[in-house]
Design a protein around this ligand. Structure first.
Ligand code: FE
Length: 348
């Protein structure tokens, strides 16, 4: 298995020998070796990767799943006694929040520096992006011609009145998109943008990204703003209705003629008091490596952060795109302003 080769450099030879002789022996021998993860990620591929990591290292991975804000509150209330080693989120906004609240510590790892491009990790090494996602426009394949689309900004055009669906402003994906608009156009223009989007909504925001696609398929709307991997998940779903919904829409990468499409990362930070810091860093390094990156790409239709790893076939069909290179940390800094402007705009 390639993972064995990968870990040769980071784990003492004896551990490798133990890990690959007998799996029952591994668990008995490394009973005290564990990592505790607080995660907002809700994708099946993570469990698969944690199991691979345990198989390769004998280190047990315990997972607590909840929304990032709840996990951050839990970290705060547990203080130094927290059992958590890693905080996983689905968006930079929450990692930035955890950093500014003093809940994370820097990780000095040449492997992570080599694997993860600098705009996808924190300048002070408090968090690291592990998968990349683009927040794109999807449109109904027959009712919209792609020549009618151009940018996020152009979604306020009155021609979309009653034809646009997008989830609530409480959602972090939308907050980071709004932060990227503030970074590009300033607060005043971004408030007007949010008001324009609200004016064009086909319905009051409800549901998740997948539900917006289903609304288009059901004829309730013609365009939506969603994260790319949800289209991949719908098209490859075991549920025929989801596949059919995915087939009704096409992906459009906005702002290709200017700053590029808004991207975000799902990422991880080492907690301040991590009781198993060394093992936790090994897991982050494993997740940034070629095998894990490929699995993230194939199983969840995300974009790998490690250069050179191919995307899934479904994702490759959408083509390549120019991404907005605004530092993700600056989007975290603008999160509070984004929330406030959404509120002023009446975006529920
Ligand atoms: Fe998601």
């Amino acid at each position: 298995m390639e993972i064995q080769a990968y870990f040769k450099h980071t784990i003492p030879a004896i551990a490798i020998a133990i890990a690959f002789t007998s799996s029952t022996f591994v668990h008995a021998d490394n009973a005290s070796e564990k990592i505790n993860i607080y995660t907002h990620r809700h994708y099946d591929v993570d469990q698969q990767l944690f199991e691979q990591f345990t198989e390769a290292t004998g280190i047990e991975v315990n997972v607590v799943k909840a929304k990032a804000d709840q996990l951050i509150e839990r970290l705060k209330s547990e203080g130094e006694g927290s059992p958590a080693d890693l905080l996983f989120t689905v968006d930079i906004g929450r990692l930035h929040k955890a950093k500014t609240e003093g809940l994370l510590q820097p990780v000095d790892s040449p492997i992570l520096e080599a694997n993860i491009p600098s705009h996808l990790r924190d300048d002070d090494n408090h968090w690291f992006g592990l998968t990349k996602r683009a927040r794109v426009i999807v449109y109904h394949k027959d009712r919209v011609d792609p020549s009618e689309l151009s940018s996020y900004e152009a979604l306020v055009d009155p021609k979309w009145q009653g034809r646009l669906v997008i989830r609530s402003s409480g959602n972090i994906y939308n907050q980071s998109l709004m932060a990227s608009l503030i970074a590009a156009n300033g607060a005043k223009a971004s408030l007007e943008w949010a008001e324009g989007v609200v004016a064009n909504m086909a319905r009051r925001p409800k549901g998740n990204d997948r539900d917006q696609v289903k609304a288009i398929a059901a004829g309730l709307a013609d365009i939506a703003v969603v994260n790319t991997y949800y289209i991949g998940l719908l098209l490859n779903s075991e549920n025929p209705e989801e596949v059919e919904a995915g087939r009704q829409v096409k992906v459009f990468f906005p702002n290709q003629k200017d700053r590029g499409t808004h991207i975000n990362v799902s990422g991880v930070g080492l907690t301040k008091g991590a009781p198993n810091a060394e093992n936790a860093i090994k897991l982050i390094e494993f997740l940034s490596g070629p095998e894990a990156q490929q699995l993230f790409a194939e199983a969840n239709y995300e974009y790998p952060v490690l250069p050179g790893v191919a995307t899934a076939d479904t994702v490759a069909q959408w083509g390549t795109f120019k991404e907005d290179k605004v530092p993700l940390s600056s989007l975290g800094e603008k999160n509070a302003e984004a929330v406030m402007l959404f509120d002023h705009a009446g975006w529920k």
